[in-house]
Design a protein around this ligand. Structure first.
Ligand code: F6R
Length: 612
């Protein structure tokens, strides 16, 4: 949550910062602000999006070759101009931007108030900037030392950048818990929440570790110190990200582009791992932990939101294929509920961003109890990827639309590979069946391609249902997580209330909601307990609910009952989530567009949830 970007070098900072903010806007879009430094230190900020900031700044003095900028997702204090970042210190000599939460800000605030500091905002962030100034004055130290001393008093998560009027050629940046990457160009440096603002300038990056402070000075080498004043040598890595991966490429929205990328992203998530010729699966990232997984008494999957839904598919898959008990936990619950965990457990943390605060905390907890913790992450070099013992990248490419689409299918594809790998090694599946599933998995990208051709038909269905107030999504077996995911997609981008349920659970409550105004979306593919799902459809039909059904190509039984059918290719039951999710993503997308919702940046949401 919140995006930060900073620049120092020979270029004018303003265009670099604004472009960077646009790239990071998916992280929060309540308010935005910028700080530029040359003879004086200037802050421009306003409520609203980055484009509002651009309008506000138009015609003002934006010169300067050093600066920083912020796009906010509000935690403490409403989204308004005063609470927007950057924040000035009392004497206006220091400015600061922050992503994260200062948990002990109340204590620090009252101490600073007692020392005469006047707070202008309601944010937790403002304590940091006053504290740094207070230390500089009272201890007569340089800004980087004041930052270090201040951070030793802070409890919470932060990625911060500080500019000081009296150090016009210096940027100080630090992180703990919130992400931060430094870009190193020729005579210039970049700081950002992720690598997207810097890819067109450099591919040399340093991922700052927790409790590290970067001292970035014009014309000098990058210096890194810990908050305990130990020097670290910067570890420079090559960035594997290209510009066209983070642009819309002719699509109206990132979400649509990402939906359409799925044949490729699913393929990429399996590339070099699914070996049809050799009839096996390899997952290089977890090879050293294979034995541990094979011996695991149980597997615990922990994640949030859409990634949790992928985890649920993973539970069905791994139990089905590999016969190891699997539990799926919301990270936010798991981390606080004193779970029984021990060294025989394997915990798998799933996260697109690799930055989700609750999932990171769940990982720490699992590690502290001696469990082996593996990650399934999309963002290379992210905090979760680094916090886990080992892991598998999903390789779906950058996902910029706030609603997760291609990351979900890539997560499910990787979980399928994992289930197959364990099953083959444990011998819990006959080889003929294993090979059949392998072949079928290989054909999934082409089948997704065929489903995408149904876009016009799905748009027509969206036209009919775009004004409904409520909806139900029902599925059974592997299609239950699909129902949950379909409902989440609809509610988060179109603001229509949608609930996902196991279809048979409907009788235990939700059926009371059904009348002629209630659309009910069934995932009723012809595998598993298909006949039972048909009975559930009958029950809705008898109560005059409107039925939209995702069915297998050629299905006749459901067609006779449903108001609308979307036909998808047949596949193995366990692979259906990879296909059935696609029309649900498209349906949500079209409904949201027709309702004039901001599809890529839905209200109140942010892509990367770095606060709990
Ligand atoms: C929904 C969505 C969220 C995320 C959740 C976890 O479309 O994107 O529910 O899935 O915030 O995020 P990650 O996967 O980054 O840990």
């Amino acid at each position: 949550m919140c995006g930060i970007v900073a620049y120092i070098g020979p270029r004018e900072a303003y265009p670099v910062l604004i472009k960077g903010l646009h790239r990071l806007e998916y992280r929060g879009y309540d308010s935005a602000g910028i700080c530029l430094l040359n003879d004086d230190i200037r802050i421009f900020k306003c409520k609203g999006k980055v484009s509002d900031l651009e309008d506000y700044v138009a015609g003002k003095n934006t010169s300067g070759t050093i600066g920083m900028a912020h796009t906010r997702w509000a935690t403490h204090g409403e989204p308004n101009t005063i609470n927007a970042h950057p924040h000035f210190s009392q004497n206006r000599t220091i400015a600061l931007i922050h992503n994260g939460i200062i948990e002990n800000y109340m204590v620090l605030r009252s101490e600073l108030k007692n020392r005469g500091y006047i707070f202008t905002s309601e944010t937790d962030t403002e304590v940091l900037v006053h504290l740094i100034e207070d230390i500089m004055i009272s201890e007569q130290v340089a800004v980087e030392d004041a930052v270090r001393i201040a951070l030793n008093q802070v409890i919470g998560a932060y990625a911060i950048v500080i500019l000081a009027r009296d150090s016009p050629d210096k940027i100080i940046a630090a992180r703990k818990g919130s992400p931060m990457v430094l870009g190193i160009g020729k005579g210039e440096f970049f700081v950002a929440s992720d690598a997207t603002p810097l890819i067109e300038y450099t591919d040399n990056v340093v991922y700052l570790n927790d409790e590290e402070i970067a001292i970035i000075e014009r014309g000098k080498d990058l210096k890194i110190k810990t908050i305990r004043n130990q020097s670290h040598t910067p570890y420079i890595q090559k960035l594997a990200l290209s510009l066209n991966e983070i642009e819309k490429g002719g699509f109206e929205h990132f979400m649509l582009k990402e939906i359409y990328e799925q044949p490729r992203s699913i393929f990429d998530s399996m590339r070099g791992r699914l070996h049809i010729d050799q009839g096996n699966v390899t997952l290089g990232g977890i090879r050293d932990y294979e034995q541990k997984i094979l011996n695991a008494k149980r597997i615990i999957i922990t994640a949030c939101g859409t990634s949790w839904h992928a985890g649920l598919v993973g539970e069905y898959l791994i139990e089905d294929l590999a016969r190891i008990p699997v539990e799926v936990e919301y990270s936010s619950e798991f981390r606080y509920r004193n779970p029984v965990l021990n060294e025989d457990d394997v915990v798998i943390a799933i996260s697109q961003s690799g930055e989700t605060a609750d999932t990171l905390a769940a990982i720490d907890l699992a590690k502290s109890k001696g469990a082996t913790v593996l990650g399934i992450c999309n963002v290379v070099g992210s905090s979760i990827a680094r916090a886990t013992h080992a892991g598998v990248y999903t390789h779906a490419g950058p996902e910029i639309g706030v609603a997760s689409t291609k990351a979900f299918t890539a997560q499910v594809a990787v979980l399928t590979l994992l289930g197959l790998l364990i099953a083959q090694k444990k011998g819990t599946i006959p080889n003929s069946r294993f090979q059949k599933i392998l072949l079928e998995l290989d054909s999934i990208p082409a089948k997704v391609e065929r489903i995408l051709q149904l876009n016009d038909k799905i748009r027509d269905i969206a036209t009919i249902y775009k004004d409904v107030k409520n909806s139900l999504y029902l599925g059974r077996g592997y299609n239950f997580p699909v129902a949950l995911e379909g409902a989440l997609k609809l509610k988060e981008i179109s603001y229509i209330h949608a609930e996902g349920y196991p279809a048979a659970e409907m009788k235990h409550g939700p059926i009371a909601l059904i009348d002629e105004h209630m659309p009910v979306l069934f995932i009723a593919t012809r595998r598993g307990i298909y006949e039972k799902v048909i009975s559930n459809i009958e029950e809705v039909k008898a109560r005059k609910g409107k039925i939209i059904a995702i069915v297998t190509e050629g299905d006749e039984s459901v067609k006779n009952l449903a108001d609308h059918c979307i036909e998808i290719p047949d596949t193995e039951e366990m692979l259906i989530p990879l296909l059935a999710t696609i029309p649900l993503q498209l349906l949500s997308y079209h409904i949201a567009v027709m309702r004039n919702c901001n599809v890529d940046q839905p209200r109140n949401l942010a892509k990367s949830v770095t606060v709990e």
